[in-house]
Structure formats: structure tokens, C-alpha cells
Design a protein around this ligand. Structure first.
Ligand SMILES: C[S@@+](CC[C@H](N)C(=O)[O-])C[C@H]1O[C@@H](n2cnc3c(N)ncnc32)[C@H](O)[C@@H]1O
Length: 385
């Protein structure tokens, strides 16, 4: 079976793993020893893999038909070079090439990315490849992972950048900003986790506020709808959406912003002409929320309404502020872990999800600061009797 390796960014590998699994549902995704390396097993068109990397928030690159080599130091590299050469012979490419090498999780003594890139580049040159460092048609990616003392390499999809190009679009720079605005990196990840592959259907940002999720869904070529009860938020979100699309030079998109009630989605959304495959939900909370009704009753109604309009294989991502419970970047939190919400009671959330026939798949925690963390919850439609 074909096996590729996904290389994850360091921000939250556990969430990035779930994101890639959602974007590539046909692949079997397993964590390798290094927390930022994932094995992807199965058959998938290279175009589908490339699209997953291009829209993802947490994945730096996919190394195709990758090889993984234990690396203790410089001496191991001499033994690795013939293996790389054989790999290159087995997987030739047409066109110009370059090597991109980088480190994950610290250093392996005596093994540096520049030196390794030069050595592999030299072999590629000897094999007759034209090297183009600026705009190569193919990049050969090499990751030196110090957490597992391994090197993974293969022809690469994506650019291997630690910075995602998503978090550089700071929410505070948008024309319409409120402190509730979501960080684009998390918003993009939530959209992908909830909705799966881009062509699957529409993503609904049910209580869009300043358009955090909507913008990320629109920029990743999704059919995207942002809905808010407050006309001022709708106006501001339209402004933010236009600004973001302009900034990325995007002239065509399938995004819209509607004024409407998230507890009455059938009415609010009308005929979309596409199945709804993802809901992203950052509800109002606490005493100062602009909600139409009390926050827990609102959430319960929205979950039920979303279930009514959802496609049978739809996903939902709910984000809630919680009291800090330590950092958990490597794994989801155990299903029995106590969650201490900033507003309200966790049992009530569980009850609301169950009542509305949403089945919780996993929960993760993102540490924000000393007095705030976030719970990121992924649910899918519960099987009906
Ligand atoms: C926490 S904010 C969302 C913030 C958003 N994620 C962002 O990035 O700006 C919650 C939003 O829910 C909206 N809202 C409250 N009740 C609603 C309802 N019944 N239907 C639709 N929107 C509602 C509020 O107007 C508010 O803008």
C-alpha cells in the first residue's frame, strides 16, 4: 500500500492530525513516533493530497511515497544517501527541481538541513535534473525530526513552511474587529475539521460575528455562508470578507453573508443548492453575550436546527472558552476528563449535543493564557434508529 508522510506545524499537532484526517477521509492516518509526523496510507490522487495541504492550517507538507530513516548523527547520513538515490530512481519526476530541508523539534547533532539539501541537490544534478531554487516544478522535501531521531523524505506537496500564511492574516487587522474575533489559524482548522474535503458541500458559520470562520472557508474555495442575527455584525462581516478576498487577490468565490436566526436555519438559509457538510460554531456566552436568548437555550436550539438542515455525513465544530486545564497539544483530551467551562456547565453541553443527535467524536484543548483555554469539540450526526 502507498504510504506518504504528512509533516505538521508545531502549534497543535493533535488538532492538525484530526484536520488532515478530515481532509483526506479515504486515507488511513496514523501518528508516527515523532509528534509532528503522520503516516498516510491508502490510494489517493496526488491532486487531492495537494489540495489538502494547500487548504490546511496545520500541515506543512506531504512527502509522497516517503522514506523514513533512523538518524543518530552524521555517520548515518552516509548510509542513507544510497537509499535516497534508489528512491529517486524509483520515483522520477519531469521538470526542474529543488531540495527543501528543515528541522522539527530541535537538533540532531552533526545533521544540518543546508548540508543535507546540498548533498541531495548534488545527486539530483548528477542524475540530470535541472535545479531551480526559485521556482522549481518539484521540491524534494527532507525533514530532520529530532524528537524521534529520524529523517523523512520524498517528493513534496506544499512548501514546508512553519508559518502557515493563515495566522499572518491577523484578525485585528481587519476593517471590522471585535475582541471576540477568532484567530484565523484556529478558524481555518475548525472549518476543515467540520467540513472535510473542499468539494464536499457547504460550510455554515452559524453565528458569524466578525466572520472568522466564514473568511477562512471562503479563502479555501468552499461554498460558505455566514449568518448573524445582528445586522451590524452582518455589515461588518461583509466588509471583512471583501477585504480578505481582495488581500488574497481572489476575484471569484462562493461565500455569502445573511442576516438571520441560527435557531431557524431552514428559514434563514433557504435553498442553498448544495448539501451542508460542515457547521462551525463559536456561540455567544456569559452575561454580555449579544444572544437572542439565554446562552445554553440558544446553543441547544442552534444544534437542533443545524441537525435538521445537515447532510447525513455533516460535521460540526464547537468552540467554547474554558478554565485552563494544562497544555494538551499532542493528543485529544480523554473522554472522561472534567471540563470546567468559563460559562455554564459541561454536562448541559453534553446533554444539548445528545438531544440534538450530535455525536461527539473528540475534544481538544488549546491553551490561550493563564486564565483562558479553549475547548474544540468535533461532532458528527448521530446514527438514527
Ligand atoms: C462569539 S460571537 C462570534 C464570533 C466570531 N466567531 C468571530 O470570529 O467574530 C457570537 C455571535 O452570535 C450572534 N448571535 C447571537 N444569537 C444569534 C442567533 N440566534 N442567530 C444568529 N446569530 C446569533 C451574535 O450577534 C454574535 O455576533
Amino acid at each position: 500500500m502507498v504510504r506518504h508522510i504528512a509533516c505538521l506545524r508545531g502549534w497543535h499537532p493533535a488538532l492538525a492530525r484530526a484536520e488532515i484526517a478530515a481532509l483526506l477521509p479515504e486515507m488511513n492516518v496514523t501518528r508516527l513516533e515523532g509528534r509532528r509526523l503522520l503516516a498516510l496510507a491508502g490510494e489517493s490522487e496526488e491532486m487531492a493530497l495537494a489540495e489538502a495541504v494547500a487548504v490546511s492550517s496545520g500541515c506543512q507538507a506531504i512527502l509522497c511515497h516517503a522514506i523514513v530513516w533512523p538518524c543518530e548523527g552524521e555517520a548515518t547520513i552516509d548510509r542513507f544517501m544510497p537509499v535516497i538515490l534508489e528512491h529517486l530512481n524509483n520515483h522520477p519526476r519531469d521538470g526542474t527541481v529543488a531540495v527543501r530541508a528543515w528541522r522539527h523539534e530541535g537538533r540532531i547533532e552533526g545533521v544540518g538541513p543546508s548540508r543535507l539539501a546540498q548533498r541531495i541537490g548534488g545527486r539530483l544534478h548528477d542524475m540530470g535534473y535541472a535545479i531551480d531554487l526559485e521556482h522549481p516544478q518539484h521540491r524534494f522535501g527532507v525533514v530532520i525530526d529530532a524528537s524521534s531521531n529520524t529523517i523523512a523524505c520524498g517528493w513534496m506537496l506544499g512548501f514546508g513552511d512553519e508559518s502557515d500564511g493563515v495566522s499572518s492574516r491577523k484578525a485585528a487587522e481587519r476593517p471590522f474587529f471585535k475582541p471576540v474575533s477568532l484567530d484565523p489559524r484556529l478558524a481555518r482548522l475548525a472549518v476543515n475539521l467540520a467540513s472535510g474535503p473542499v468539494g464536499k458541500g457547504a460550510t455554515i458559520d452559524v453565528m458569524t460575528g466578525t466572520g472568522g470562520f466564514l473568511i477562512e472557508a471562503a479563502l479555501s474555495n468552499r461554498i460558505a455562508v455566514g449568518l448573524d442575527l445582528d445586522p451590524m455584525m452582518v455589515e461588518g462581516t461583509i466588509e471583512n470578507l471583501e477585504w480578505a478576498l481582495n488581500a488574497e487577490g481572489k476575484t471569484e468565490h462562493s461565500a455569502m453573508v445573511l442576516t438571520g436566526d441560527a435557531t431557524k436555519l431552514t428559514e434563514a438559509l433557504g435553498e442553498l443548492g448544495a448539501p451542508i457538510c460542515g457547521f462551525v460554531l463559536d456561540p455567544p456566552y456569559g452575561r454580555n453575550s449579544q444572544g437572542s436568548i439565554e446562552p445554553m437555550a440558544l446553543l441547544e436550539s442552534v444544534l437542533a436546527s443545524a441537525q435538521e438542515v445537515a447532510n447525513t455525513d455533516a460535521g460540526l465544530v464547537l468552540i467554547l472558552p474554558i478554565h485552563p486545564m494544562g497544555e494538551h497539544p499532542d493528543e485529544p483530551i480523554p473522554s472522561r476528563a472534567d471540563i470546567n467551562l468559563l460559562h455554564g456547565d459541561w454536562q448541559e453541553i453534553e446533554h444539548a449535543l445528545r438531544n440534538a443527535h450530535w455525536s461527539v467524536q473528540n475534544r481538544w484543548v488549546e491553551h490561550v493564557h493563564a486564565s483562558l483555554s479553549r475547548l474544540i469539540l468535533h461532532a458528527t450526526i448521530a446514527p438514527q434508529d
